[in-house]
Design a binder for this molecule. Structure first.
Ligand code: 0WD
Length: 256
């Protein structure tokens, strides 16, 4: 239970107790990591502070960061650098698309909707990796969250599927760039989980039912399982792994 001892990890994307990032935070805490959280909305900060209290987790820092804004990202990591210094990991667990774009046909995606989804969900990893790299002076590990809609057509996932495809390609290119500094970059591809973000995807319940019927494990997965897999990718247990997409989806991805 001390796999992450003396490791400082920045967790981005806790909106509430259902967030995947919160599952990750719990796994990291169990293994002794020191945690820094970034949040976008004031409401998320309040929820985060309550969660930390309830679970008796003392965060090193909570820092505001809007991943649509380069200045906000740079300032967040500068604040972290000033108060904490070196970091060893980043959990990128943020994505955004307009609700209108997550229903109907992909062919109707607007230019604005496309750009927003790419910007918030894919480019954000590049911008974050660049800032995090400055603070990863002892090497590090960056883990993002993706979805099978990147690899094949998932009804209604539309523009987010294309953003996740770009995200997964970014994981490969970032892995190559940052490997020489001892920084690894990987993704977890989680099965569907009921969260705030998932509410935006129309027909989400049907997707969950399909997994229960068809996935090799005949069940859905939860935030804790994604948390443990993400923690593994942040820990030295995965030291030989970079540029990888690890499916935590009850095996659903093996089906044609
Ligand atoms: O089924 C699911 N829920 C799956 C989610 C399956 C597979 C992957 N994922 C991915 C999502 O696409 C996302 O990348 O996991 C990641 C986390 O999603 P989640 O845990 O399902 O969603 P949620 O709990 O809503 O957290 C998303 C966070 C929210 O935090 P805030 O503090 O803003 O309420 O991402 C945040 C979102 O608002 N976010 C941003 N954070 C900073 N800057 C931004 C932004 N511009 N946009 C969205």
């Amino acid at each position: 239970s001390n796999l992450m001892e003396n490791k400082v990890i920045v967790v981005m994307g806790v909106a509430n107790d259902r967030s995947i990032a919160w599952g990750v935070a719990k796994s990291l805490h169990q293994q002794g990591a020191k945690l820094i959280f970034t949040y976008r909305k004031e409401r998320s900060l309040e929820k985060l502070q309550k969660l930390l209290e309830q679970h008796q987790i003392a965060a090193l820092q909570t820092v505001s960061c809007d991943v649509l804004d380069d200045v906000s990202i740079a300032e967040a990591f500068t604040q972290i650098e000033r108060s904490t210094g070196a970091i060893h990991g980043v959990v990128h667990s943020v994505a955004f698309a307009e609700k209108d774009e997550l229903q109907g046909e992909y062919v109707d995606t607007t230019r604005e909707g496309y750009n927003l989804a790419q910007n918030a969900s894919s480019y954000s990893l590049v911008a974050v990796a660049r800032e995090a790299k400055r603070l990863m002076t002892e090497g590090g590990s960056i883990v993002t969250q993706t979805y099978i809609g990147a690899e094949r057509v998932v009804k209604n996932y539309n523009v987010m599927g294309v953003a996740k495809a770009a995200l997964e390609a970014s994981v490969m290119y970032l892995a190559e760039d940052l490997g020489k500094y001892g920084i690894r970059v990987n993704a977890v591809s989680a099965g569907p989980i009921r969260t705030l973000a998932a509410k935006g995807v129309s027909g989400f319940n049907d997707i969950m039912t399909t997994i229960e019927e068809k996935a090799p494990l005949r069940r859905n997965i939860d935030q804790d399982e994604v948390g443990d897999a993400t923690m593994f990718l942040l820990s030295r247990l995965s030291r030989g792994i970079t540029g990888e997409v690890l499916h935590v989806d009850a095996g659903y991805h093996v089906l044609g």
